[in-house]
Every structure is written in structure tokens, then in C-alpha cells.
Ligand binder design. Structure first.
Ligand code: GLC
Ligand code: MG
Length: 544
């Protein structure tokens, strides 16, 4: 089988997710901003291995917004929120990134706008308003109940009654986030123009929010009840999200979005999608690969959308997730992996039930960066930032599908051990995490997780097998997950992870040397047939 040889920059890229509110404050208001990001770009990539070496950044939404959902409620798709700066600063950010060969992805939110967006204000103004049909309006059912049984991803009904016109509008998230009607060609055209607006300004692509929900069942049919749901369980898990997520009608819309990106050279779209490996794979557009360039596989966060139980750090789970993804993707499709983001408890905290979260976070770095595909690193992961407990009176996130909301994983980046962590001179919008976890403390420490990330990212760039190789799972003892990466004309690499609390022997498929390991003692070592991996260790091997 020949694999598509048309390699683009994003095939080789490591992408860094920036949460702009929390990266760097430059104007002393306790909120991160674009100017702050510009000042920290050399940390991300100054062209030398002393920097992290990431190839692209994705900025969570930076548009004007009432901030009910921290920017995922967009007021104006063509602007910049004053907390973050203005269009001129955004243009400068793009230019400064490009100077450093860092590509820029913005966060496009096509499923819904803010309820304050002029389109919605017009839509709700009257049943005959020209933009009435830009959103999803329905009458109540004959018995006076909601138009259907859909629930909001944040809990409660997905419908809000608007007394002014006596109808309900659909909102898959907060009631301040009405869903756009993607069956209306005017909406499609307007949203495509938003893409062009930013592509013309030089952005390299988009992370697409809630990709799988933009087109729903044509008749908005009820969702079937989820087998096994019991009263007292979450609203979210009560129904199978069959008619409002990953509906077959979403794929033509995805192709339409791809065609807009194809009007420009070298741009990329990465979709936030949820589901099985097959459902994720479908967003690539089948064998013609005319859908999204990349679609997130979140299975290392949770494997099942239905129960949303965090995936354990476990060799068998790793093997299963990787095998399923490789099997499901069409030929030539590039996998896309993330172990964390602004919506989920941080990796280190998810895996810290026995106090070994830090060791697992180190191993996860080598897994994430050793997988075939485009890895996304969530800001702070590279310094081992944990979830931060937020006192009740400082909670910001209105979406409490977790009792804490999503604030714990959104706290400010910790640059140094000063009171303001090098982040801000003012009270930060969310509290800081532990003082000792910061960039300055780790920058010159060869044994730090930051040094491990840096080395892994730079080594990956130089190691063809890791960057471009195929992936083949290798037989290994329980407790170990291992796979080989092979590229023509290059030495093979093996990624091996010991998820057990005991040392494990790994039978290597040949002789070679250790390229990089979580444990200093292993690095550089030669091996003949077996490699002994300490508890919770991971390594990259190079075969002779
Ligand atoms: C996505 C975002 C999340 C947001 C939601 C609604 O899941 O990642 O932060 O709340 O969409 O836009
Ligand atoms: Mg600021």
C-alpha cells in the first residue's frame, strides 16, 4: 500500500494548546493576553533545543464574547476580545509566530454563537425576522413539553423558551449559546466567510469546536434512552446522543468546510469530535481524505463517551486504543492525539490516586510524542502542572457537569516561583497552583519533566522513524505496551511503556540503544535482547 506522500507541515508538527487567559498577562489585569503570548514565544520555540520546540499553537477562543463560556460564546467572529488585545495585536502575534516557524491555529466555534450575537438578537426579535431561521426554533409539543428530549452537554434541557415569540430555541450547551442552523445555506456561507477572514489574515488553520454536532437529525427526533441509566445519574448520560451528534448529515458539512481550507495552501483543520475510533475516523472523509485533516482521538482521556470514566494508565488500554485507532483510520490519514485540554482534569491529576501521577506524566510524554500522528500538548503539561483546587468563591466556569467545573485545569501558567508566578502582577483570574512547579525551577534541571519534553520534541524532529514511520504493536508482557515505528531508509524506533508498579523485562525485537528514557540511568544504554524498565518508566529505543 502506498501512503499519501503529500506531506504537509502538520504531519510533522507538535501542537501546543494555549489557553490565552492563562498563559501570560502583560497589562496587569490578572488575565492572560496576546501581548503576553508574544513575549513568551521564545519559550515555545526559538529555533534551539533550549526551547520547547513546538511547531504550532492552538489558541482557545480569542474573539469578543460575554465570556459566559470563556470565549466559546462568540459575539463577533472577526474581532479580538479587549481582555486579550485587538486585531493589530493578533496580526503581530501571527507575524511573530511565523518568524519563529510556529504556525497559528485559532478556535472556530461553528455550532453556536453567544445569545448576544447580532444574528441571534435579530433572530429572536420576530418569527418573521430574516435571520429567524439562522437558529433552531421550535414550538412546544402538543402536550406542552419541550420540542424534543435533547439535553444540554452542561445538563438540563437543550431548549429555552423565549416568551417574546413564544417558541423554544435549541442550545446544546449553555442557554447563552444558541445553536446555529447549519441546514440554512446562509449560515453556512456566513460561517465559511469567517474562515476566509482569518485565513486571509494568515492563520494556518483552525481547531473546530464541537465539530460533530453542527448538523442534527433533520426532524430533530428524540434521542433513544441510554440502556443502564438510573435515576440520579447525569442528564448527559441519560440518552444516547444519536440524533444530535455524529449524525450522517454532518459529513457533507465537514467536506464543505474542507473545501474552504483548500482554497488556501497548507492550512489545517482539526476537529473536536467524540465517539468510537470509527466515528472519529469518519471525519477524515473516507479513502478520499476530503474531510478534516485531523480529528482528535480523546480515548486516552476516556474511551467511552457514555460513562466518561477516565482511561486508566494501563498497558492493555494503551494497546487497545492504539490498535483501534490504527485499524479505523483510512489509509494515509494522520492520527491526532491529546492527553489533556481545557475541558478535562489534567493528566497528572487523573493518574495520581496513589501519588505516582508525576511518574506517569513523564511516561505519557514519551507515549504522546512517540505515537504515529500529530500530538497536542496542553500548556503546563510540560512542567507537570496538576489540577488546582479552586475555592468555591473563586469558581468561574458556569458549566458544572463536574462539580468543580473546568477551572482546575485552566489555572495560570507558572513561570517562576515569585508570588505572581511570572504570570501577572495582579490578582490572577484563577488561583495559582503549587509554588514549586514552574518553568524557572525546571529549565536548567536535566532531570525535570520540562527537560524531558524538550529533549523528546527535538529528538522527534531528527528521528525519521518517530516522525514519519508506520506503527506496529509489538508483543509484550502484561504491564508493557510497545510499538515499533519504521520509516524507509531510517533505523527503526521502538516506544515502550511500563505501566506497572514493578520493573518489567521487555524483549526487544533486535539489538540497539536507548534513545531517550524517563529514567536517566537508561538513557544511552546498549541492549542486546532485553531492556529492563523500572516501574512506570517509558523509553524510546533505536534498533541497529
Ligand atoms: C467544546 C469546548 C468547551 C466548550 C464547548 C462549547 O467542548 O472545548 O470548552 O465549553 O465546546 O463550546
Ligand atoms: Mg492582561
Amino acid at each position: 500500500m502506498t501512503v499519501a506522500l503529500d506531506r504537509k507541515w502538520w504531519h510533522d508538527a507538535v501542537v501546543y494548546q494555549l489557553y490565552p487567559r492563562s498563559f501570560q498577562d502583560s497589562d496587569g489585569d490578572g488575565i492572560g493576553d496576546l501581548e503576553g503570548i508574544i513575549r513568551r514565544l521564545d519559550y515555545l520555540n526559538d529555533g534551539t533545543p533550549g526551547s520547547l520546540g513546538v511547531d504550532a499553537v492552538w489558541l482557545s477562543p480569542t474573539f469578543p464574547s460575554p465570556m459566559k463560556d470563556f470565549g466559546y460564546d462568540v459575539l463577533d467572529y472577526r474581532g479580538v476580545h479587549p481582555d486579550f488585545g485587538d486585531l493589530a495585536t493578533m496580526d503581530r502575534l501571527i507575524a511573530e509566530c511565523h518568524k519563529r516557524s510556529i504556525r497559528v491555529l485559532l478556535d472556530w466555534v461553528p455550532n453556536h454563537t453567544s445569545d448576544q450575537h447580532p444574528w441571534f438578537l435579530e433572530s429572536r426579535s420576530s418569527k418573521v425576522a430574516p435571520k429567524r431561521n439562522w437558529y433552531v426554533w421550535r414550538d412546544e409539543k402538543a402536550d406542552g413539553s419541550f420540542p424534543n428530549n435533547w439535553v444540554s452537554a452542561f445538563g438540563g434541557p437543550a431548549w429555552t423558551f423565549d416568551p417574546a415569540t413564544g417558541q423554544y430555541y435549541l442550545h446544546s450547551f449553555l442557554e447563552e449559546q444558541p445553536d446555529l442552523n447549519w441546514r440554512n445555506p446562509e449560515v453556512v456561507a456566513a460561517m465559511h466567510d469567517v474562515l476566509r477572514f482569518w485565513l486571509d489574515r494568515g492563520v494556518d488553520g483552525f481547531r473546530i469546536d464541537v465539530m460533530g454536532m453542527i448538523v442534527k437529525h433533520p426532524g430533530l427526533a428524540d434521542n433513544p434512552p441510554a440502556p443502564g441509566w438510573k435515576p440520579g445519574g447525569s442528564d448527559y448520560a441519560r440518552f444516547l446522543w444519536r440524533n444530535n451528534r455524529n449524525h450522517p448529515d454532518v459529513y457533507p458539512a465537514v467536506r464543505g468546510i474542507r473545501r474552504v481550507l483548500d482554497e488556501y495552501a497548507d492550512r489545517v483543520a482539526v476537529g473536536e469530535v467524540f465517539g468510537t475510533a470509527e466515528e472519529v475516523a469518519a471525519y477524515y472523509g473516507g479513502d478520499s481524505l476530503d474531510g478534516l485533516h485531523l480529528a482528535f482521538n480523546f480515548q486516552f482521556i476516556f474511551e467511552s463517551e457514555a460513562d466518561r470514566r477516565f482511561t486508566p494508565w494501563d498497558a492493555e488500554a494503551i494497546r487497545r486504543i492504539v490498535a483501534n485507532a490504527e485499524r479505523a483510520l483510512p489509509p494515509g490519514a494522520q492520527p491526532c492525539w491529546a492527553f489533556g485540554n481545557h475541558d478535562r482534569s489534567r493528566f497528572l491529576s487523573r493518574h495520581n490516586h496513589d501519588g505516582h501521577g508525576y511518574a506517569r506524566a513523564r511516561a505519557a510524554a514519551l507515549l504522546l510524542l512517540g505515537l504515529r500522528g500529530t500530538p497536542f500538548v496542553f500548556y503546563g503539561e510540560e512542567i507537570g502542572m496538576p489540577d488546582v483546587a479552586i475555592p468555591e468563591n473563586r469558581l468561574q466556569d458556569p458549566a458544572r457537569f463536574r462539580s468543580t467545573g473546568r477551572d482546575p485545569e485552566r489555572t495560570p501558567m507558572q513561570w517562576d516561583s515569585s508570588e505572581g508566578r511570572g504570570f501577572s502582577t495582579a490578582e490572577p483570574w484563577l488561583p495559582y497552583g503549587p509554588l514549586d512547579i514552574n518553568v524557572a525551577a525546571q529549565a536548567d534541571d536535566e532531570t525535570s519533566i520540562l527537560s524531558l519534553y524538550r529533549r523528546a520534541i527535538w529528538l522527534r524532529k531528527q528521528t525519521a522513524a518517530l516522525l514519519r514511520g508506520s506503527l506496529e504493536l509489538l508483543p509484550a508482557a502484561p504491564g508493557i505496551a510497545a510499538f515499533a515505528r519504521r520509516a524507509p531508509g531510517a533505523k527503526a524506533a521502538v516506544v515502550v511503556v511500563n505501566t506497572s508498579l514493578e520493573a518489567q523485562e521487555f524483549a526487544a525485537p533486535g539489538t540497539g540503544s536507548v534513545l531517550l528514557a524517563t529514567d536517566e540511568a537508561l538513557a544511552g544504554a546498549r541492549f542486546a535482547t532485553t531492556v529492563t524498565l523500572p516501574p512506570l518508566a517509558a523509553a524510546w529505543l533505536q534498533l541497529d
